[in-house]
Every structure is written in structure tokens, then in C-alpha cells.
Design a protein around this ligand. Structure first.
Ligand code: DGJ
Length: 674
């Protein structure tokens, strides 16, 4: 009698077949099947041995290894001084609890044990997979690849959607057709990267599959066609040669892989949002309304003048801004990007009495104070580097390559982490700082004599964890030259992402739509910048800039003292509107749509109470603007919109007329069920 393991959430089902002494076989992962449905017979009963094939049939398992006649990509590439390289599970134990299963496979020949945890969350519909390998042999094991998770995709999987990009241009959509050639993305930049987001969406007939690796370092994912027409999708850390060498008894735990399946991309996004919300750890246990920011970067860059900044704070407070973030330029001798990273004490020339007069001024106005830091970095021109050149990450005998004039500190070293902890802790103890903007402005190059990419990430996580343990009320924003470190791993330590250094509202719209595929809007740092935008030179109205920033964690990044009266009044209006709507924007669901002819929409909330944000990006080319078809509504419900009552079925099938918009204009519409 064949045994199966079945896990269900409201919308997804997973079924594994459990042959004795083998790794469980993937039978199903996809949209929810009716209760009680299981395969009628074992997989092997349904497939006679094809010609010129092993007499033992090895279908796709949760941990495919190349020792058992599996010719596809292996979940493990490892060896013990050239031996023990071919993994084959010879023992298997499966334990099932509510909504989760733990699969332990052991290879008696290579003495490798692998434990795979699979948890299908009932609320989010997200399957979390984590894999732990233990070297049970008596010699070191070199690991080149350990899949965090292996997922099956159906034969009708047709297209994969991923993101490319660069600094100032994150989340650029890339669509590839799946075929018998392997699809693969690798990131070797040492941090999450602007150009290889560690996730993707796969479109099949009637279902969309999504997965993302919760990791802030190197990673790889591949989708490979397999002999029965299905595909296998693997995710894991990209490991450099020699990077992981496990002593006897040592283990390697992969980052978590988050995967889900739904009818369409928006529902995949909603599932991910729910899973990310479950992983966030807020000061005080719950998210407070996301405070409106003012960030000094684009308004002041490195030119810090205490009186001018106090004046800025006065103007910001008068506009209703709630958090003042002092960006780069505040610390010892930092006048441009050529020096001083590592010297984390206030610049005595710019702040003769330290930061206290400014922080007290800001908090005295009722605003929170936030501070920019870039802990993992050092400039060669710094007190820190002069004292400890050996703390910089690099390869002995090779000239270090700078980027933005800076080097990376070796976060594997306990003395580095403790120096950084002491510097940041001293600031947090002395000053009323409740927020850190934590930047990381370069990629890693040849990380150490022995490759230390993985440990670098773990070192950063450990430092964040230590600071959060000691200062639990402090929130952290993850930034890496904008969106270079946006991932579900760092989310466990942080509370906001700086989405991009490009604040141009048109560029932002598509960057934000990409971001929202994987992360909820309350984590999406979204600022009203200056016009012309510093990144692109394009000019946009205050209303459009604010309308684009509105759904995210709203902020302002310009010198508001220079605003004309009308812009100032408009900004004040948007800030107060954001405060009115932020609870709805930041707790419900998100849908993204395109009406055609340059008209885009985004809906936030629940289907019976929505905020509809409509953006025209291109000038209208049709004589009459397209109607907004809203498939997210309930066909049987009636809705009240702008003084008119509509049938849901009408809005779904025909659409909502909107007033004409010029290019780069925005409309906010409330949709309420009646
Ligand atoms: C890059 C960030 O993305 C910017 O917002 C700003 O903080 C600069 N670094 C400061 O150097």
C-alpha cells in the first residue's frame, strides 16, 4: 500500500509519495485539491521502464541526488576529498505535524544526513522549506551546492518572470519562455543585488507559481525540464569554491525558501505579503502606523549645517512630518564619498556639540529621530582603516578593488562586529535615536582568502540581531544604494526598505509594482523628491509625485524650505491624506492593473472597501480614455464610486469611466460596497 503525505492550506495542496527507504517523491504542488484526493496508484505503477533506461526508475524527489539514477540537477554537490560525492538516500523518516512535515533522509554510504522542513501556512498559503545537512562522516565534507528547496512545476509551465536591474533602476521585469534548456539566474555580488532579485514567478495554464529565497547574499535558482515533462525548480545559496567545508558533526542550514501558488500574480503577491507580515518583528510586537519621513539626503547631501537642519526640522514638523532621518554626511570628516566610513562619531566641525542639540530639537518638535549608518564599510581614508587595515575583506597579496571609494569590512571577525556594535550602541545610548537607515553601498569582490560570502551575510544579521536585542525599540531600514538588499531574509531584522535611489515618479511606478510582487506596501520606502528628479532630470507635479509615493511608507526627500506656497500646501494636503488612509493602505491586499493606452491602476484594501490609485504615464492616444475593468470586485455586489452606484458585474465586464488625465497625473478613487 503506497503511503502519501498531504498538506493543505486554504488555496494550496502539496502531496508527497513516501516509498520505503527513499526520499519522498513529488506528486503534487499547486492549487488546492478537494479534500481526500490522493493519487490512485504509486507513480512507478503508472510509468513502465522506457527503453535504454535504468531498471530502477528515479522520479523527482524532495531531495534529488545523483547517486540513484537521477540525471537532472542534484540538490547536493559535495565531496569528501573526492569521495562520497554521489548522494542517494538509503533511509528516510517522515514526521508530520499540523501543516508541516519534517523529512530526514540519510545516505549510509556517504554518511550524509539531510533534514528538510516543509511548512504550508494555512493563512498565507506559503510553503516554507528549509534544509539542513549534517556531515555524519569522519572526514570534512566540501559542499558546493545545497538546495534550500526543490519544487515541481507542471508540464504546462510556460513562462518565467524575474527581475533584472541596476542602481537607480531596480525591479526591471524580465520574461523568459521555458523550454527544454535550463533557465538559470545566479548572483555573485555578495549581497542581494539590484539586478538578480532572488525570486521568480512561473506562469502555467490557470495557475501562477511564485518563490523567493530569504537570503541577503549570493544565490542561484534554476528551472530544469525533466524526463516526465515536468520541471524542477531549485533555489539555494551560490557557494564559492571551498566556501563551505563541514568538519565531522558540523551542519549547514540553508536560508528559507518561500513558495506559493495562486490563480494569478496578484494573488501570489497577496500570499507573499501575508508571509512577510508574519515574519516581521516590530518594536512592541505590532506595527504602528508608518510615520511620515523627511530624509536629508537629496536636499542636503554632505552639506550639513546644524542651523539649517534645525530649520528644516521646523518646516517638516509644520507640514505634519513625523520622523526626521539624518542621512550620510554627519560623521567624522565626512564631506564627500571619498572618506570616513568607519569613523562613527559626529563631525566636530559640523556638530561642535555633537548631535544632541539637533536630536533634542527634532524630538522637541514631536518627531522621531533617525540616523543613517553604513556599518559594513570602511574608506581607506579613515581613522578606522589606518588603525586596522587588516579588517578589510580581500585576498592577501592582491590589491583591493574599491567601489564608491570604499572597502568592505570582514564581518566574520568578532572584533569587527564588536567595534561596530560599540560605535552604534554608543550613539543609541546617548541620543534619542529610534530609527537607523542601514546602508551598504557596494558589492563584495573576492570576499577573503577563503571565500566568506555566506559568513559575511550571517555577520551582518548577527550585528543587527545584537543591536535589536539591546535596543528593541529601534526600527531599521535596509538600504543598499537604494534597493540592493531587498529580500525576505533581512526582513526578520528590519522594518523598511529603501526601494530605489531613483525618486522620479514615473520610474518609481514600475519599480514599486515589482517590489509589491514580493513585499507589502508598508515596507516600501516611497518619497516625494524634488522636481526635476535628481536621478533622471524629469519634472513632475507635486500631486503626481505624492500620488506615486502615497501607497508606500510615505516620506519626503527634498529641502521643503525651498517649496513655493502652492507646492507646500499640496504636500501638506498629501501628508494628511496619507495619514487618513495609511491603515487601509498598509493592512489589506494589493492589486495591480493596466487599463491600456498608458493608464495604470493599483487597488489597496479589501474588495468591499478599496482605495483605487489611477496613474496616467503616457499622454492619451485614444480619443476616449479606456475604462478601468476591475476584475477584483464581486460580480453580485453593488458599489458606490464618486456619487454613482454600479453593479460589480458591470465594473468587472465593462469598467469604470474616469475623468480625462494628462500624462503624469494621478487620481485617487474610493470604491465602497453598498
Ligand atoms: C545610498 C542611499 O541609497 C541613499 O539614499 C543615501 O543614503 C546615500 N547612499 C548616502 O551615501
Amino acid at each position: 500500500m503506497t503511503e502519501y503525505l498531504r498538506l493543505d492550506s486554504a488555496e494550496c495542496t502539496l502531496i508527497l509519495e513516501l516509498p520505503q527507504g527513499e526520499a519522498p517523491l513529488w506528486r503534487y504542488w499547486g492549487l488546492r485539491l478537494p479534500d481526500g484526493v490522493l493519487p490512485p496508484q504509486s507513480l512507478r505503477e503508472t510509468r513502465p521502464t522506457p527503453s535504454f533506461s535504468p531498471d530502477f526508475d528515479q522520479p523527482l524527489s524532495v531531495f534529488p541526488g545523483c547517486g540513484a539514477g537521477w540525471f537532472g540537477e542534484s540538490a547536493l554537490l559535495a565531496h569528501r576529498d573526492v569521495r562520497d560525492w554521489s548522494f542517494q538516500a538509503t533511509q528516510c523518516r517522515v514526521e508530520q505535524a499540523d501543516g508541516s512535515a519534517t523529512v530526514t533522509v540519510f545516505d549510509e554510504v556517504s554518511q550524509i544526513e539531510v533534514i528538510i522542513g516543509l511548512t504550508l501556512n494555512a493563512v498565507s498559503n506559503v510553503l516554507a522549506i528549509e534544509t539542513k545537512l549534517t556531515n555524519q562522516g569522519n572526514a570534512p565534507l566540501n559542499v558546493q551546492w545545497l538546495a534550500a528547496g526543490v519544487l515541481p512545476l507542471p508540464p504546462d509551465a510556460a513562462k518565467v518572470h524575474s527581475f533584472g536591474g541596476r542602481h537607480n533602476g531596480e525591479f526591471v521585469p524580465v520574461a523568459d519562455q521555458l523550454s527544454r534548456s535550463t533557465w538559470r539566474r545566479e548572483n555573485r555580488r555578495g549581497l542581494t543585488s539590484h539586478d538578480r532579485f532572488p525570486g521568480a514567478l512561473v506562469e502555467a495554464n490557470g495557475a501562477t507559481y511564485g518563490a523567493q529565497l530569504a537570503w541577503s547574499g549570493n544565490h542561484a535558482q534554476s528551472i530544469e525540464w525533466i524526463d516526465d515533462g515536468r520541471f524542477q525548480w531549485q533555489f539555494g545559496e551560490w557557494l564559492a569554491p571551498g566556501e563551505v567545508r563541514l568538519a565531522p558533526g558540523e551542519c549547514l542550514t540553508t536560508p528559507e525558501l518561500l513558495a506559493t501558488c495562486a490563480h494569478d500574480a496578484d494573488r501570489v503577491a497577496q500570499n507573499f505579503h501575508a508571509a512577510i507580515r508574519q515574519r516581521l518583528t516590530w518594536p512592541g510586537g505590532a506595527m504602528k502606523p508608518r510615520p511620515v519621513h523627511i530624509n536629508t539626503w537629496e536636499g542636503f547631501y554632505f552639506e550639513h549645517d546644524e542651523d539649517a537642519l534645525k530649520d528644516l526640522a521646523d518646516h517638516a514638523a509644520a507640514l505634519g512630518i513625523e520622523r526626521f532621518v539624518l542621512d550620510d554626511g554627519w560623521f567624522h570628516c565626512r564631506d564627500d564619498d571619498s572618506s570616513s566610513l568607519g569613523d562613527w562619531w559626529p563631525d566636530a566641525r559640523k556638530y561642535p556639540n555633537g548631535l544632541k542639540p539637533l536630536t533634542d530639537h527634532v524630538t522637541g518638535l514631536g518627531m522621531e529621530f533617525g540616523l543613517w549608518i553604513e556599518p559594513e564599510m570602511v574608506n581607506p581614508d579613515s581613522e578606522l582603516y589606518r588603525a586596522h587595515p587588516e579588517w578589510a575583506l580581500g585576498v592577501s597579496g592582491r590589491a583591493a578593488v574599491t567601489a564608491r571609494n570604499q572597502l568592505v569590512l570582514d564581518m566574520r571577525r568578532a572584533e569587527v562586529r564588536s567595534y561596530l556594535f560599540d560605535c552604534v550602541a554608543a550613539l543609541l545610548r546617548e541620543l534619542p535615536i529610534s530609527y537607523l537607515k542601514w546602508d551598504h553601498n557596494r558589492d563584495l569582490i573576492a570576499a577573503g582568502d577563503r571565500a566568506g560570502y555566506r559568513d559575511q551575510v550571517l555577520g551582518s544579521y548577527a550585528l543587527m540581531e545584537q543591536l535589536r536585542a539591546e535596543f528593541p525599540d529601534v526600527e531599521i531600514e535596509a538600504c543598499a544604494g537604494g534597493g540592493g538588499r531587498i529580500d525576505a531574509g533581512i526582513v526578520r531584522h528590519t522594518h523598511r526598505f529603501w526601494t530605489s535611489d531613483n525618486i522620479d515618479a514615473v520610474s518609481r511606478l514600475s519599480i514599486q509594482r515589482g517590489f509589491l510582487q514580493y513585499f507589502p506596501p508598508e515596507l516600501m520606502g516611497a518619497h516625494v523628491g524634488a522636481s526635476p528628479a535628481h536621478a533622471t532630470g524629469r519634472q513632475q507635479s507635486m500631486d503626481f509625485r505624492a500620488g506615486v509615493a502615497l501607497p508606500g511608507h510615505f516620506g519626503v526627500e527634498l529641502d521643503v524650505r525651498t517649496l513655493g506656497e502652492s507646492d507646500r500646501a499640496q504636500l501638506q494636503h498629501w501628508i494628511s491624506l496619507y495619514k487618513t488612509h495609511r491603515d487601509r493602505l498598509h493592512s489589506g491586499k494589493v492589486w495591480r492593473g493596466e487599463a491600456g493606452d498608458g493608464l495604470y491602476w493599483q487597488a489597496h484594501g479589501e474588495a468591499d472597501n478599496l482605495l483605487l490609485l489611477v496613474y496616467r504615464i503616457e499622454p492619451q492616444s485614444w480619443r476616449h480614455a479606456p475604462l478601468l475593468k476591475l476584475p477584483i470586485l464581486d460580480a453580485k455586489q453593488r458599489y458606490h464610486i464618486d456619487g454613482t452606484d454600479y453593479d460589480g458585474a458591470w465594473l468587472i465586464s465593462t469598467g469604470l469611466p474616469t475623468k480625462p488625465l494628462k500624462a503624469e497625473q494621478f487620481l485617487l478613487i474610493e470604491v465602497k460596497a453598498i
